[in-house]
Each structure stands twice: as C-alpha cells, then as structure tokens.
Design a protein around this ligand. Sequence first.
Ligand code: NAD
Length: 388
Amino acid sequence: MSAAPEVVFLPGDGIGPEVMGPAQEAIDAAVRGAYGGTRQLRWREALAGQAAFSRTGSPLPPETVDAIRAAGVALKGPLTTPVGGGLRSLNVALRQALDLYACVRPVRYFEGVPSPVRHPERLNVVVFRENTEDVYAGYEWREGTPEALRVIHFLNREMGAAIAEDSGVGIKPMSVTGSKRLVRLALRYALAHGRRSVTLVHKGNIMKFTEGAFREWGYEVAAREFAEKTVTEAEVANGGAPPGTVLVNDRIADAMFQEILLRPERYDVLALSNLNGDYISDALAAQVGGLGLAPGANLGDRCAVFEATHGTAPDIAGRGLANPGSLILSGALMLGHLGWPEAAQRLEEALARVLGTRRFTADLAAAAPGAETLTTAAFGRTVAAEAA
Ligand code: NAD
C-alpha cells in the first residue's frame, strides 16, 4: 500500500457535507498521530446526489463511478433517494455499478452512550449483509399493470400458483454465487480478526429455496473451503470452537431478533441475505446508541465504499446537530482496510474517549441528562484533538 493512497470522498446530501468535513479532520489527525507524517491520505472529491444533479444533470455521473473504480476506496456521505422516476436508489445503483456485494457493519457499544437496553456492552457483532440480490434486486411489478398480470398469469397457469389478480408482484432471486461469496467474505473476516463464530441468519423454514438455500450454501462454503478452520454446532458438544477455528451455526431470522436482545454475547459475525440484513443492522445499531454511531462498508473484490449508515436527515440538516460519529467510525474501517490498523485503532479510541467523557452531539445528548452538547464541527474537532 502506498504511503499516500488516493481516497475519493463524496460529501452527499442533507447532513452529508456537515459530517464529512469533521470526519475527514478526525481521520487525518489519527493518521498523523499514528505515523507522524510518513503516511497521508490524498482526498479527491467526487459528486453524487443533488449537488451532482444540479451541476451535471445526473445524480450519479459516470466520472464519479470511474473515480471510485480507479482509487478503489471511497468515503461516502448519505444520498437522497429520488422519489418516483429515474433511479430507484443511488446507493443501490452505486453498489451495482461497482459490484459491492457485501455490506459490512460492525456494531459495538461505547461506554457512556445512552442506550435503550440494560447491557449494551454485551453486544459486539459484525454484520455481513448480501448487497445485490434478494428483493433488493428490484424485480417487481405494480398491481394492475400488464406486466404484473403477465407474471401472475404465467405463475397461475404454468406453475400451479394461485395468486390474486389484484396483486403487486416481486421476485426474490438468491444465487449460489451471490450467497457463497458473501459467506466466504464473512468467514475470512472472522478468521483474520480472531472472531469466534459466524452465524448464518435466514428464514429457511418458510422460503426453502432462497433463504433455506442460503443456509445450505453457507455451510457448504465452510465445509469445502474452510474445512480445517471451521466447526459446526453439531461437531462441538458445548458450543465452543477449539482455538484457531470458527464456529459456524445458523439461526432463523425471527428467533435471531430475540437473541440479539436476550443473549447478544453469544453472537459474533452474522451473515445474512439482503432484506434480513437490512432490518437487523438498524435494530443492532439502535441497541448501542442509534444510527449516528453505526459505521458501514460496502465491499466488492476490487472496490470498497465506506459510508455513514444513516440517511440525509433533512429534519436536522444545516443546524450543526448531526452526529459525525458514524462517518468517523466508517473512516476507521477504511483505515483498517487500507492496512493502517494503528490509525484505525487510534481513531476509534479517540472517539471512545470523547463519548466516555459524555461529550455528545445533540442526538445523544438529548437522552443523557447533564452531558455536554457539542455541535457537529466541535465534535469532529474534539475527536481530532484526541486522535492527534
Ligand atoms: P435518516 O437516517 O436520514 O433519519 C432518520 C432519523 O435519524 C432522523 O430523525 C434524523 O434526524 C436522525 N439521524 C440520522 N442520522 C443522524 C446523525 N448522523 N446524527 C443525528 N441524527 C441523525 O432516514 P430517513 O429520514 O428515512 O431518510 C432521509 C433520506 O436519506 C431519504 O432520502 C433516504 O432515502 C436517504 N437515505 C440514504 C441513505 C444512504 O445514503 N446510505 C441511507 C438511509 C436513507
């Protein structure tokens, strides 16, 4: 890795530009603090969203996609999803254009942060969510259209279905290739980071050939490609994997939602299909302090886009209320991905110290009586000072 890699940044819409500047300040400070000027990120701005649309007529100009492809790494603010017409979602379009097939979200608790549960510190998991298939593939037809009726008639007449004619219809494709590469990445991550288990989360009791197949293919990857390094629950009597190996198990999605509340300490890395992963990521984030502290990465084999997992928060945009924590933590993930673990750790620890001394942005301060409230910019500066 170069000592000065190029990193594309997309400020995005709404609170995006407000959180991007402070996050970059904190990230740069951590790099300086860790390597004393021998390494440095070369930031290159690219446009997406409303700013891109007003300047170029396109919300996702090809130059932006090309720039990310060339650099291989980007840090991204939230983008407004256009309602009606055009692209379904810019985020989905970007993921598809760059084949970012895994959405990775580590969720951990930071001491001092207000949480709705009694023991938020018991939760420390990394979510691997499939990013390109399932109901997010976008194959659906509106009720009453000739297309919907055509699909319904085909299914009713030729496939023995009994679908009401006034239905909207969506397709849920899940492939061997898409499922296996996601589970493979989760297993590699678990082994590289000394994690204890990978849990395949699915709704295979009901949807056998999509969700159920995801489970089967997941076990297959473990058995065929990681035979020496993985064990299943059936193979270990008391549920613990021998040192150096990862336990592979599975849970049905609805039960998993109970588990993360009742027994979060039993789980470590989760591998999920797209929709299940979507729901559980936000539920997990809520347990440890909300979206303002939830980082994310979209990974492919050639590119990685690190992003705040929250949206553009139009209700608070422009008022200095936004929490840049999510983007700062995404920056820490990015530094880890670049092979700069010292800077990554420094940044995460700096953020932890600020939160631990109850210095919060308004979202967290509102639930923490007596805490000091910082603006978005002041919060970023404070983390930067800690990380320097
Ligand atoms: P949102 O995440 O923007 O906001 C939900 C709530 O959380 C709001 O009350 C908001 O004020 C609060 N919030 C979010 N981020 C915060 C932060 N960093 N600090 C403090 N509070 C924060 O979700 P939404 O309102 O459903 O969506 C708004 C827009 O964002 C929509 O256009 C949506 O499509 C888009 N969106 C984009 C992304 C993305 O780019 N990755 C993700 C989700 C939503």
